[in-house]
Design a protein around this ligand. Sequence first.
Ligand code: BEZ
Ligand code: FE
Length: 292
Amino acid sequence: MRDVTAETLTKTFLDYCGPETSPRLRFLLEQLAGHLHAFVMDTGLTHAEWRKAIEILTKAGEITDDERNEFVLLSDVLGVSSLVDMVNTKAEATSSSVLGPFHILGAPDLAYGGDLKRDNDGATLVVKGVVRDTEGNPVSGAAIELWQTADNGLYSNLDPKQDRYNLRARLTSVENGEYGLTTIRPAPYTVPDDGPVGELLHATGRHPWRPSHLHFIITAPGYHSLVTEVFPSDDPYLDEDAVFGVRGDLIMEYVERTDPGFVPEEYEARDKLTNPYYSVDFDFVLAVDDGA
Ligand code: BEZ
Ligand code: FE
């Protein structure tokens, strides 16, 4: 095609895709190119604006390394990561929500009722609940990875004062689907805003705060894996999460307690509780993996 015009460009682009292009890739490219081309046309994008966009992506590449991925952060603050979560949440299952960049593999096992707080500062939090399927049946033997910030708002891998696996654990749901542990209340924190994504936030008057949350990955044979996070109802940033991760079904209620009798005897930290402590009851619902 020699005489490409604004009107024929998307079709010309698609015609360049050879027969080896899978139907799904062809469809995705058709949609992507179509939307990008329409964006340029509809906005009357200038050369200066396009150069600025390329400059942001170039800086994102420069700042990205093994510990920090600015492209993921860009996707997060644009709402794309959350939209992918929403599109892929299974009907009737707990909503999925951003994985974030601070998950690390290899967290140690923690037995039912184990203590993750240890010598961390912060209010003690008893977290317990049940893993169920969409019919309400308990799911035992589910692997539950949990990670969170310390009282200073930092994840262990961003804070040289914390052990690598501080406030990270891998639990297993017991026979009746229950899981339980003691930890601390997580703290709100800011997404990194010292790079090009921060520049974008500042240019639009946006703050970089996320409401406090507990991250979870729940896996069980025969079920869709669930990557999610759970937020306390009283967090000041609940309605203005910088990465749009909050969903109605992911909100937990802290209950202030002074009664040690609330904590089951098997809990490791039962005799060390200081008052007041807090508890939260949060159930997870997994969807059967039917291959879809
Ligand atoms: C987090 O939840 O840890 C997170 C998510 C998105 C961007 C930055 C941090
Ligand atoms: Fe987080």
